[in-house]
Design a protein around this ligand. Structure first.
Ligand code: C2O
Ligand code: CU
Length: 467
């Protein structure tokens, strides 16, 4: 299959010779536009996850779409996003992974007031780093995110690598009944909160169970993968041999080939790939999610009968560096222990909640079953309070029976297992001990929490302050 395509030096062959009539996607000219403005309206509505087989079901969505609209904004310049809350409950929008102004971070009770029904909030974003990010509700996310309030946010590089298609796979899961109707009865189930979170039984790519993406042999695709599920870690299997990872959690990395075509994404995480389409004209290849011993088809690539070009592109694929990559971690850190406890089979006897020591029974009555350093939910005092520029090492001990996807707001960090790149969300396996190292350089109050959002709701959340 792959060796049918002869490799040739793209640059030597000359663009005209190789590309022929096929046009590569040119960089987007944002330069002329000063303040791109978007409007996001959160509302209740109906959505159909499987076009052909089912009735629409009740959801919450942005701009009537699941996932919400793809927002593309320029790097380093201000964009305005007007958020309008047409739900019948308060909400807010968090811009996951963006190193922006604290006041725009979208955390009710910490960085802003909740946006009440009928109200509007103007988010002004000046993202320093290009890349693939996402936005989602940050209020009652165990319900609002489970019902659909999430979308993709792309910060455009000024000079992206040349590709034929810039594709997005926002991967999510849903708990639906046989008629593809949302299971709302189990929203907030204590069983979910104390176990793995709300896991769905239907996985979608861009809101659909059965989507096929048209491609052509010889095409080069940038594929942005995002896990926007409440709690499920997605193990993706690509049956396309030519994959390169070029970014992780939005940030450029030195391109590398993922092992055996697999990419794992914990909730909140992103990976950008360059995929060279080496399949045969007319064929269909699958993208699958591996759960245990089984692989489930979640989307497909449908090859056009006519190849795009007769050899693969050989142009560079590495992304330009972001300002973040200039950060140098020092040798000395302020070390902050972060011990995660609780959950089913975790043996937690009690913890402090709202300033009071409570036994596990009383905690369960308050629906609080997870603790960080013996404290359940948002402590009155921050986990730490430091001057801007302080280097922090969070020394994580995952002392319970579950994996946790730890996310830090407003900062990227170095996770001990992959010191070669920056992340904003890292998966800590059951029993894992390790570090998240970063420079606290963004003033304000920032959350640290598990992105399995039922765990956050159940108490696995804390905050820190940079002054
Ligand atoms: Cu995407 Cu507080 O998180
Ligand atoms: Cu967790």
């Amino acid at each position: 299959m792959a060796n049918r395509i002869r490799r040739r030096d793209f640059l030597k062959a000359g663009a005209a010779g190789v590309l022929g009539s096929s046009l590569l996607r040119a960089p987007i000219a944002f330069a002329k536009q000063k303040h791109p403005a978007f409007q996001l309206i959160a509302a209740n509505g109906k959505f159909n996850f499987a076009q052909h087989k089912a009735k629409a079901t009740g959801v919450m969505f942005y701009n009537q779409s699941i996932p919400g609209p793809v927002i593309r904004i320029p790097q380093g310049r201000e964009s305005t996003i007007l958020f309008n809350n047409a739900l019948d409950e308060p909400s807010s929008v968090h811009w996951h992974g963006l190193r922006i102004d604290n006041a725009m971070d979208g955390v009710p009770g910490l960085t802003q007031q909740p946006v009440m029904p009928g109200e509007t909030f103007e988010y002004r974003l000046t993202p320093p780093d290009a890349g693939s990010y996402w936005y989602h509700t940050h209020l009652r996310s165990w319900a609002q995110l489970a019902l659909g309030l999430a979308g993709v946010l792309i910060v455009e590089e000024e000079t992206p690598p040349l590709v034929d298609q810039d594709l997005i796979f926002a991967i999510d899961d849903w708990r639906l009944d046989e008629k593809m109707q949302m299971d709302t009865k189990s929203l907030g189930s204590m069983h979910d909160w104390s176990h793995a979170g709300r896991l769905g039984n239907v996985i979608t790519v861009n809101g659909k169970t059965d989507q096929s993406y048209p491609v052509a042999t010889g095409e080069r695709i940038r594929l942005r993968l995002l896990n926007i599920a409440n709690a499920r870690t997605m193990n993706l299997l690509f049956n396309e041999p030519e994959l390169s990872v070029i970014a992780v959690d939005g940030q450029p990395v030195k391109p590398f080939t993922p092992e055996s075509g697999r990419v794992r994404l914990a909730p909140g995480q992103r990976v950008d790939l360059i995929v060279d389409m080496t399949g045969d004209p007319g064929e269909r290849t699958l993208i699958e999610v591996v759960i245990g011993e089984y692989a489930y088809e979640v989307a497909g690539f449908n090859y056009d009968p006519i190849p795009k070009r007769d050899q693969m592109l050989d142009a560079p694929i590495a992304l330009p560096q972001n300002p973040l990559q200039q950060t140098r971690l020092p040798d000395e850190f302020m070390q902050i222990p972060l011990r995660m406890a609780g959950g089913a089979m975790g043996g937690m006897r009690g913890a402090t909640f709202e300033g009071r020591e409570m036994g596990i029974r009383e905690l369960i009555e308050h629906r609080k079953v997870w603790a960080i350093n013996g404290i359940v939910g948002m402590p009155e005092k921050p986990l730490f309070n430091v001057r801007r520029g302080t280097a922090i090492s969070l020394d994580v001990i995952n002392d319970n029976s579950w994996p946790h996807a730890m996310h830090i707001h407003g900062h990227h960090f170095i996770y001990h297992k992959t010191p070669e790149f920056w992340r904003d969300t890292a998966l800590f396996a059951r029993g894992e001990r390790g570090t998240m190292k970063f420079v606290a350089d963004n003033p304000g109050r920032w959350l640290i929490h598990c992105h399995m959002v039922e765990h956050m709701a159940g108490g696995m959340v804390t905050w820190f302050e940079v002054t």
